[in-house]
Design a protein around this ligand. Structure first.
Ligand code: NAD
Ligand code: DAU
Length: 344
C-alpha cells in the first residue's frame, strides 16, 4: 500500500492499550503526516510507557479522558476525519468477574463516540471488534466464521462487543454514518498486558512459574500477530466500503491452547512440567476460526509472519522488556488471586 492517506486527523481511542499502541507506532511510521489524537482513560490496561518513543512527535497528541465523557468527546471530535475505535474493556475473565463496566465502556462508550462522529461528519468510523461476537464453533468441525455468520456472543465481554457492533450498524443504517467494522481474532505480540494467554505464559516462564491451562487445553483460537492486525486495519480504513464488515484472522490450521503452550515452552527451552491444568473458564468458547479470505482475495492482505516467527519475536521482546511487564503483573495480583483461586 502507498504511504499517502486521505485522513489528516485521526482520533484513536484506547491508544494506550495493547493493539492501540501498536497501531499508533505502525501509523506514525507509515503516515507521519497524519495528526493522531489518542484518547485514553488509562485504565489498568492503558499504559503510556507503550508510547514513550512517539510521545514527543508533533503529529501525536495524547488526551487523558473517558469515552463516556460526552462533552470531552464532542470537543475532541471537531476537525477529526476518521475514528479508529479500540477503547474497550477487553479481558473475558474480567468480564466474568465484573460485567457492568463492560457494558458501560463497550456499549455506552461506543454510542457516545458514534453520536459525536455523526455530529462532526467524520469521513470514516472504524469500529474495532472481535470474532467472539460469533460465539463458539465445535472442536471437531471445519466451520469458520464469515461476515454473514449470525451473532451468538456467550460471555459478558462478547455480548458487550456484539451490542457495540449493532450500534455502529444502527448509526450507519439510521443516520448514514460512514462506518466499517473489523472483527478480528486473538492478537499476540509486543505490549500485550500480561494477563492474556501468550503474555502470561511467556512472563510466567521467565519468572520460573507454571502456565495455567484452562480445562483440557483443547480450546482453539485463531492467533494473529498484532502488527498484522494493524496492517489489516490500514487496508480496511483505506479500501473498505462503507457499511461493510471485514473478518481478520491469522491462521489457516487449528492450533489448540495446549499446542500453543507447548510451542512457547519449546521456543523458550523450558520443560512441559511447567504446564498446570486448572479449572475451566465459565462458558469457555471451544473453538474460533476466521475466514479472512475476503481481505486476502479482494485487498491482497495476509499475515506477514508465521505463528512460529511471531512467537519468537514476541518471546524476545518480553525477555528484554521485563521492566515493562513486571510492575503490571505486580499491580494485577488481586485479579490473579480472584481469577485463579476460583480455578484451583
Ligand atoms: P486493552 O485492554 O489492551 O486496551 C484497552 C485500552 O482502552 C486501554 O488503553 C484502556 O485504558 C482504554 N480504555 C478502556 N476503557 C476506556 C474508556 N472508558 N475510555 C477511554 N479509554 C478506555 O485492549 P486490546 O487488547 O488492545 O483491544 C483493543 C480493541 O481490540 C478492543 O476493542 C478489543 O475488543 C478489540 N480486540 C482485541 C483482540 C485481542 O486479541 N486483544 C482481538 C480482537 C479485537
Ligand atoms: O478472539 C478475540 C479475543 O481474544 C479478543 O476479543 C479479546 O479481547 C482477547 O482478550 C482474546 O480473548 P480470549 O479469551 O480468547 O484470550 P485469552 O488470552 O484470555 O485466552 C486465550 C485462550 O487461552 C482461551 O481459550 C482461554 C485460555 N487461557 C487463558 C488464560 C489467561 C488459559 O488456558 N489459561 C490462562 O491463564
Amino acid at each position: 500500500m502507498s504511504n499517502s492517506t486521505p485522513y489528516q486527523t485521526i482520533l484513536v481511542t484506547g491508544g494506550a492499550g495493547f493493539i492501540g499502541s501498536n497501531f499508533i507506532h505502525y501509523w506514525l511510521k507509515k503516515y507521519p503526516q497524519t495528526k493522531l489524537i489518542n484518547l485514553d482513560a488509562l485504565t489498568y490496561a492503558g499504559n503510556l510507557e507503550n508510547l514513550k518513543d512517539v510521545a514527543h512527535q508533533s503529529s501525536y497528541q495524547f488526551v487523558k479522558g473517558n469515552i463516556l465523557d460526552r462533552e470531552l468527546v464532542d470537543q475532541i471530535m471537531s476537525g477529526v476525519d476518521a475514528v479508529v475505535h479500540f477503547a474497550a474493556e477487553s479481558h473475558v475473565d474480567r468480564s466474568i468477574l465484573e460485567p457492568a463496566i463492560f457494558l458501560e465502556t463497550n456499549v455506552i462508550g461506543t454510542q457516545v463516540l458514534l453520536a459525536a462522529a455523526l455530529k462532526h461528519r467524520v469521513k470514516r468510523f472504524h469500529h474495532i471488534s472481535t470474532d467472539e461476537v460469533f460465539g463458539s464453533l465445535e472442536l471437531w468441525s471445519k466451520e469458520q466464521f464469515h461476515n454473514h455468520t449470525p451473532y451468538d456472543p456467550r460471555s459478558p465481554y462478547s455480548a458487550s462487543k456484539a451490542a457495540s457492533d449493532h450500534l455502529a450498524r444502527a448509526y450507519g443504517e439510521t443516520f448514514g454514518l460512514p462506518f466499517v467494522i473489523t472483527n478480528c481474532s486473538n492478537n499476540y505480540g509486543e505490549y500485550q498486558f500480561p494477563e492474556k494467554l501468550f503474555s502470561l505464559a511467556i512472563t510466567n516462564l521467565i519468572e520460573g512459574k507454571n502456565i495455567p491451562v484452562y480445562g483440557d487445553g483443547k480450546n482453539i483460537r485463531d492467533w494473529l500477530y498484532v502488527q498484522d492486525h494493524c496492517s489489516a486495519i490500514d487496508v480496511v480504513l483505506h479500501q473498505g466500503s462503507d457499511g461493510e464488515t471485514y473478518l481478520v484472522g491469522g491462521l489457516t490450521e487449528d492450533v489448540s491452547n495446549l499446542e500453543i503452550v507447548k510451542m512457547i515452552i519449546k521456543l523458550m527451552g523450558e520443560s512441559e512440567d511447567k504446564i498446570e491444568f486448572v479449572k475451566d473458564r465459565l462458558g469457555h468458547d471451544r473453538r474460533y476460526s476466521v475466514d479472512w479470505s475476503t481481505l486476502n482475495k479482494k485487498h491482497g492482505w495476509k499475515p506477514s509472519v508465521t505463528l512460529e516467527e511471531g512467537l519468537a519475536k514476541t518471546i524476545s521482546w518480553y525477555r528484554v522488556n521485563r521492566q515493562w511487564w513486571q510492575p503490571l503483573k505486580e499491580k494485577s495480583q488481586d485479579f490473579f488471586k480472584l481469577n485463579y483461586q476460583q480455578k484451583d
